[in-house]
Design a binder for this molecule. Structure first.
Ligand code: TPP
Length: 346
């Protein structure tokens, strides 16, 4: 199982942190993660109908990383991310109707059907953009942090990056610049140990963890269990405080694991899977550290939460999902007249 220097990584660590918080606070974090889980399952379950005209990259298994980190942000704080957008968008307060309409290539989509799943953008909630080019969001987000600093704005920019994006030179050029200029930015690396089908140890030397590389550039760094939503929340709070105190950018490496294939709607960890790059055994091992399941267990066992609360959540979210599908299917399709909007040329 791939888990270099894995930190915490079990329900006991989450349980210990949970003692610092109220039941309501924890239920709120749970609801946000569970909502993303159910939405992603519904997207996966309906994808074969071919009504969603977009490639998809599901975040199932990685919910704690986005929910724990976005929980410390305000609407005016900006987030950028890679192709794996759904979790960041929803955690930042994005609208499910706009997201589903975008997947269905409709005018009510958050980019009016221009972007699809890999390019969600919604300024209302501070979802400033996303890029399908590995590492592509990093310099853009760094530029936004520079702009905020020059305009003396009080906001912070967070850019979500995968473990593969630190293999792009532009990641380190941007980070070097951010340190030099003391920019108000947090680099949040969701290390899920794979770049499509290539494991991390094929691509990067095992004795130099990603946060250690960042440390060499002079940032404050954090190395956390990205499946422990409270570890993520606390590290993000520390990072936010550091940035707000004008002490410079922060790099967070959060270890996590995606359950589904790199893209598309299926799990691919199977002996019979065409890719064959990881085993069912490895996936099952990681499923023991299910971010949603671990928090549910703590809520049930330590906070005496009644199981029917979770059933209520499930019904509420399923209803929301059904309505969002309906909304998307009823939204108008773009026409030729929309094609040239926002296209500028001289
Ligand atoms: C510059 C560039 N090279 C290659 C690709 C093809 N590609 C798309 S996603 C991906 C893997 C990205 O892995 P990671 O950054 O770890 O994010 P994850 O998919 O694990 O969330 C690759 C290589 C690309 N989109 N852009």
């Amino acid at each position: 199982m791939i888990r270099y220097n894995y930190q915490g990584g079990n329900v006991a660590a989450l349980r210990e942190l949970a003692t610092r918080y109220s039941k309501e606070f924890l239920l709120n974090l749970f609801y946000k993660m569970y909502r993303i889980r159910l939405i992603e399952e519904a997207v996966a379950g309906n994808y074969h109908k071919d009504e969603m005209k977009t490639p998809i990259h599901l975040v199932i298994g990685q919910e704690a990383a986005v929910v724990g980190s976005c929980a410390v942000l305000k609407d005016t704080d900006l987030v950028y991310c890679s192709h794996r957008t759904h979790g960041v968008y929803l955690a930042k307060g994005g609208d499910i109707n706009s997201m589903f309409a975008e997947f269905h290539c409709r005018l009510d989509g958050c980019t009016g059907s221009r972007g699809g799943s890999m390019h969600l953008m919604d300024k209302k909630v501070g979802m400033a953009g996303s890029s399908a080019i590995v590492g592509g969001a990093i310099p853009i987000a760094t530029g936004f942090a520079l702009s905020s600093q020059m305009q003396q704005k009080d906001n912070v920019t967070v850019v979500y990056l995968g473990d593969a994006s630190v293999e792009e030179g532009v990641a380190w050029e941007s980070i070097n610049f951010a340190v030099l200029k003391n920019l108000p930015i947090i680099y949040f690396c969701e290390n899920n140990f794979y770049s499509v089908c290539s494991p991390l140890h094929y691509r990067q030397p095992a004795h130099v963890p990603i946060h250690k590389k960042a440390e060499g550039f002079g940032l404050k760094t954090e190395f956390i269990d990205g499946n422990n939503v409270l570890a993520v929340y606390e590290a993000s709070l520390r990072a936010l405080q550091h940035v707000k105190e004008n002490k410079g950018p922060v790099f967070i490496e959060a270890t996590t694991y995606r359950w589904y294939g790199h893209h598309g709607s299926h799990e691919d960890a199977d002996e019979n899977a065409i890719t064959g790059y990881r085993t069912r055994e490895e996936l099952n091992e990681w499923k023991k550290f299910d971010p949603v399941g671990m928090l549910k267990q703590v809520l049930l066992e330590d906070f005496a939460v009644d199981a029917c609360i979770f059933e209520g959540y499930q019904q509420q979210i399923s209803h929301e999902i059904n309505q969002a599908f309906e909304f998307a299917m009823n939204s108008p399709r773009p026409s030729e007249e929309h094609l040239m909007r926002y296209v500028y040329s001289q």
